[in-house]
Design a protein around this ligand. Structure first.
Ligand SMILES: [Mn+2]
Length: 294
């Protein structure tokens, strides 16, 4: 039984870094969550649930873990929000620079800033594709520039283009910023009804190197209720996974790293944690099953 195995992603035994194509970086950081607290328990809960997933993927007819997945020690939280970001950046840069695909497990959405910073420093010009219910474009929130509600604005200030999809909650201040800024594109949830968004979105997403940030509140709360700030009108499992498959397997797109953030598990053993864990493994599977190796 795999539950006797280590407390690693999928319960896999440790492998040397050189044999890993993916590194799982848990970041149990929570300082500014607005609504439902508990995102600091996200990484542990995802890892716990992942140990019960099947290693074989019937959609891909492969066992994606065979490409090498190593779970790293967590980045321990720091009280200072600014230094936490540079701590995450320094840790993850060690792996981006070795061409590893870094998989950040949050934690609140703020952790994405450090990960993207490291990704830019080592991969150069990248684009950020963000799945989220919220625009996260505030300049400050709760008295800090490093709130989860500001993360995409801070990332834009790093100089990379952002495409945010599934957005269905934004303030007037953020909308004014959006209307007067370049380099940020939003696809609103109300424009993504029906089956067509999968195709039309792939037509407008440019080629290039991407960092993907997945806030689990992109999903409808009926799919995944346990998140920091839930919003109605979200997305379902298959439309999301099918979009990810088409996008990730495009020959003109490369994924340098990704994160899954904002899971706020009420207890260790929940459907929301399983869904987040399976999402991580699905994305790993889509990246590792591409015809052209990265
Ligand atoms: Mn969000």
């Amino acid at each position: 039984m795999r539950e006797k195995r280590p407390a690693t992603f999928l319960g896999l035994f440790d492998i040397p870094l050189k044999n890993a194509r993916f590194v799982i970086l848990p970041v149990p950081f929570e300082a500014t969550t607005s609504c439902q607290k508990g995102t600091k328990n996200g990484p542990d809960s995802i890892i716990f649930a992942s140990r019960y997933l099947e290693l074989y993927d019937e959609q891909l007819n492969t066992s994606p873990y065979l490409t090498g997945i190593k779970t790293l020690p967590p980045v321990m939280p720091d009280k200072n929000l600014d230094t936490m970001s540079s701590k995450i950046s320094k840790r993850s840069a060690q792996y981006f620079s070795k061409n590893k695909i870094v998989v950040g497990l949050g934690g609140e959405h703020t952790i994405t800033l450090g990960l993207v910073d490291a990704c830019i420093k080592t991969c150069g010009k990248i684009k950020v594709l963000c799945f989220d219910a919220h625009a996260d474009l505030r300049d400050t929130y709760g008295g800090t520039k490093f709130s989860h509600a500001c993360v995409m604005r801070r990332i834009r200030e790093l100089g990379c283009n952002i495409i945010s999809i599934g957005i269905r909650s934004i303030s007037r201040e953020e909308k004014s910023y959006l209307d007067t800024s370049e380099g940020i594109k939003i696809l609103w949830a109300h424009q993504m009804e029906g089956d067509e968004w999968n195709k039309s979105l792939n037509n407008i997403l440019p080629s290039g190197i991407y960092y993907v940030s997945f806030d689990v509140d992109f999903f409808d709360p009926s799919v995944l209720p346990e998140t920091g700030t839930p919003e109605p009108g979200g997305f379902y499992w298959y439309e999301t996974v099918n979009f990810l498959k088409t996008f990730i397997q495009r020959k003109d797109v490369r994924i340098a790293g990704f994160d899954v953030v904002e899971l706020s598990p009420s207890k260790k053993f929940t459907a929301s944690s399983f869904i987040a864990a399976k999402l991580v493994y699905k994305i790993i599977g889509f990246i590792s099953s591409r015809n052209n190796p990265d």
